[in-house]
Write a protein that binds this ligand. Structure first.
Ligand code: FAD
Ligand code: SIN
Length: 526
């Protein structure tokens, strides 16, 4: 008989958010099971390059400065309380991670090395192995979780929440032999990561299929901000999947974007030039690609000294495709990278359904607003993964009206009928769906393209479980993008090019259609 855990806490996902939560809960004496659909180390986390942003150096930086940069990047939609939590608790969580064994790069025996990325006013990003930060964090967390008593279920696929009388009591999941089980737990944390695989051009690994968001939607748990898919401006323009990322830290260390005439165009786009917030840079590139009908622009990384030592991951990716970044410009184009929205949570990661918690990229904790500040995601997973556990250990059982849940009067969750492989329609593969999303719901969108995407998605019958989940997330993304008739952050409508104060709020799904919920207290805009 396969193992049937009966635990205090079931954690779905083994990236930075899930593993840091599991370790904390196991150390607090709770019985914990981690269930993950691949091997333990498989995650978007292990691909992270640039680093972790945290105000660790009090003489040059402060949580207040980090707060201001995060709020500014989020274009009015950050939850101010959630951002305050992120920036004040972040430094302690990074130090704990170092205590768990993660080795960050050092400027000297006693000092950490810091870099800058877009939207940051100071160099506050710690990194590991040059640009292999995620691999080092994942290594440290996998090793630490194996040292705890947490049960680990690798290659188990979570299908759906088990709901009894409006409370989640665990999940239905498939084991590696294909047999289905009900796994019961007092609390379930969804830490299943993002949904970059909705798009054909993405930096995300194949496993980033939005499963947790789809599970939440099917159970009627509130989801918001999913129109804000962040496109990374500098993915290498090469057919490999996922697209090799050329870290924003390259620009932090002196690389410059150039158009097809060699002009450094970011000089005239934003006061921070090549280190403008990511949405600004992605939009500037996308417009030029559109206007000139070009496949890519260029990243000139030739000014960077000791390239291979400072950026070994990028160096290897370039070598694999025959490029030498020390001598030639690199072809770049935007790629889907990070979903800023997700499952709505209060400041402790509690959701609108008792028994369900969410942290990391799957969650909408409010820290990213309409555009995530670079290197705030790993930090988000560390901070809110820990807060979920601390709240559970303290006996919290139901969400409060804090964070994103302020102002969201969620009706009691009602299960939603969403497409499954049993509904009639055109059989659609992952590639079919990705083609539609990339063509019609990418960096630059308009009402016509989004309506086309909506109609195409409506007629699709998914060919497998992950495509079914991608379809649920893609439909929500497109419907919210259609409803948001403005441009803000990572959501650019060519037919509504301005930011409109009437849209200072979230598009929240508790039912089939998104509902607009005005922010109780808008954060300052840029
Ligand atoms: P993930 O790390 O994606 O983990 C999700 C886990 O859930 C996986 O283990 C997966 O197998 C599991 N899972 C999913 N669905 C199921 C299911 N149905 N059943 C069971 N298990 C499931 N952020 C930064 O802050 N700094 C950076 O430098 C940075 N660089 C990046 C570079 C790249 C190339 C990419 C792709 C992202 C980068 N990001 C960076 C973003 C950041 O890496 C992610 O947002 C973050 O790691 C997400 O962590 P997570 O724990 O929420 O999810
Ligand atoms: C990068 O290194 O450019 C990615 C950083 C991030 O996504 O936060």
């Amino acid at each position: 008989m396969p193992a049937r855990p009966d635990v205090d806490l079931l954690v779905l996902g083994s990236g930075v958010a899930g593993l840091s939560a599991a370790i904390r809960a196991a150390r607090a004496g709770r019985s914990v099971a981690v269930l993950t659909k691949g091997e333990l180390a498989w995650s978007a986390t292990q691909y992270a390059q640039g680093g972790v942003a945290a105000a660790l150096e009090e003489d040059v930086d402060s949580p207040d400065l980090h707060f201001a940069d995060t709020i500014s990047a989020g274009v009015g939609l950050c939850d101010v309380d959630a951002v305050r939590v992120l920036v004040t608790e972040g430094p302690a969580r990074v130090r704990e991670l170092i205590g768990l064994g993660a080795e960050f790069d050092r400027a000297s025996d006693t000092d950490l090395a810091y870099t800058r990325e877009g939207g940051h006013s100071v160099a506050r990003i710690v990194h590991a192995g040059g640009d292999a930060t995620g691999a080092e964090i994942e290594r440290a967390l996998v090793s630490a979780v194996r040292d705890t008593a947490a049960m680990v279920h690798e290659r188990w696929f979570a299908l759906d929440l088990l709901v009894v009388d409006g409370r989640a009591v665990g999940v239905r999941a498939v084991d590696p032999t294909g047999a289905e089980h009900e796994l019961r737990a007092t609390h379930t944390i969804l830490a299943t990561g993002g949904a970059g695989q909705c798009f054909a051009v993405t930096t995300n690994p194949l496993l980033s299929t939005g499963d947790g968001i789809a599970m939440a939607r099917r159970a009627g748990v509130a989801v918001a901000d999913v129109e804000f898919m962040q496109f990374h401006p500098t993915a290498l323009d090469h057919p490999s999947m996922p697209r090799p990322l050329l870290s924003e830290a390259l620009r932090g260390e002196g690389a410059v974007l150039r158009d097809d005439h060699g002009h450094a165009f970011m000089l005239s786009e934003h006061a921070l030039e090549d280190l403008a917030p990511r949405d600004v840079v992605a939009r500037a590139i996308a417009r030029r690609l559109n206007d000139g009908d070009l496949p890519h622009l260029w990243l000139d990384a030739t000014p960077i000294p000791n390239f291979a030592r400072r950026f070994p991951t990028v160096w290897r990716a370039c070598q694999l495709v025959g490029l030498d970044p020390t001598r030639e410009w690199l072809p770049v184009a935007p790629a889907a990278h990070y979903l800023s929205g997700g499952i709505c949570t209060d400041l402790d990661g509690a959701t609108t359904m008792p028994g369900v918690w969410a942290c990391g990229e799957v969650a909408c904790s409010g820290v990213h607003g309409a555009n995530r500040l670079a290197s705030n995601s790993l930090l988000d997973g560390l901070v809110f993964g820990s807060r979920c556990v601390d709240a559970i250990v303290a006996g919290k059982d139901e969400a409060e009206e804090t964070g994103v849940l302020r102002g969201i009067e969620a009706p009691p969750p009602t299960p939603l009928e969403v497409p499954t492989a049993t509904r009639a329609g055109r059989r659609a593969t992952r590639e079919d769906l990705q083609r539609v999303m990339t063509r019609d719901a990418g960096v630059l969108r308009d009402g016509g393209s989004l309506t086309r995407a909506h109609d195409a998605l409506e007629s699709m019958q998914p060919t497998d479980r992950e495509v079914a989940n991608l379809l649920v997330v893609s439909r929500a993304l497109v419907d919210a993008a259609l409803a948001r008739e403005e441009s803000r952050g990572t959501h650019t409508r060519l037919d509504f090019p301005e930011t409109n104060p009437a849209f200072l709020g979230r598009l929240v799904f508790t039912d089939a259609e998104p509902r607009f919920v005005r922010l109780p207290e808008p954060a300052a805009t840029r």
